[in-house]
Write a protein that binds this ligand. Sequence first.
Ligand code: NAP
Length: 244
Amino acid sequence: MNKVALITGASRGIGKQIAVTLAEEGYDIAVNYRNENEEIKYVEEQIKSKNVKFLAVKADVSVFEETEDLVKEVVENYGKVDLLVNNAGITRDTILIRMKKEDFQSVIDVNLVGTFNVTKNVIPYMMKARSGRIISIASVVGIAGNAGQTNYAASKAGIIGFTKSLAKEVASRNILVNAVAPGFIQTAMTDVLKDEIKEDIAKSIPLKRMGTPQDVANVVKFLASEDSSYITGQVIHIDGGMLM
Ligand code: NAP
């Protein structure tokens, strides 16, 4: 019986690449997405080409009731969840003086409360199975801060605290909880930056390039594997050496 992975916000970008990479590892895949669009069909095609099962569930991770239904649907279809990847995330960047309360609230609600919501619904199944992995996508910004991202940095720092606390709570049940902190990764989220800014950022990174979704997926694959069975409560930086 294949292991089962649930990846939130996996219609594109980092989440999609994580889903495809885990499918290559033989996981049956459940992807979550928020907006109905063509993208999820491409994810489906790619996953199915790896000869594993595919399920797509529409849900807004910031709404607790929707995450209850999301996890229920995954368990009804697959019978279990071995691995949860909390990936769904948004930005609403602006300096604090201009930031509206809604900009702050929505980023916290999706990134941090969303992580709580999905994890809260998955954890009883992992506790019962006495086994599981939870990997959340934080950011180097949650460690170092970033002007124009008080909301995003707070949400990602929150994910780190959440990860470490939960890792301590559930270690005795053989559930490993870790986070990864990507730096600048080429996706729709960073495509909004001007080319000059992207070039400046790349120059400032010791490895002299932005990261790819595959760079992140490779580390998630490791944290999901037996090779990382003595690692919990950690935050692995995937940033080309940007933060050290
Ligand atoms: P992206 O290309 O914008 O993709 C974000 C994904 O999350 C999309 O599939 C989106 O679906 C989904 N999503 C957003 N809000 C959601 C919600 N409320 N419920 C369910 N799904 C939702 O972003 P990305 O760059 O791949 O980022 C993925 C994760 O990595 C995020 O947590 C981000 O903060 C983190 N990260 C990214 C970078 C970077 O440089 N790109 C760096 C550090 C950390 P819809 O299209 O339907 O909205």
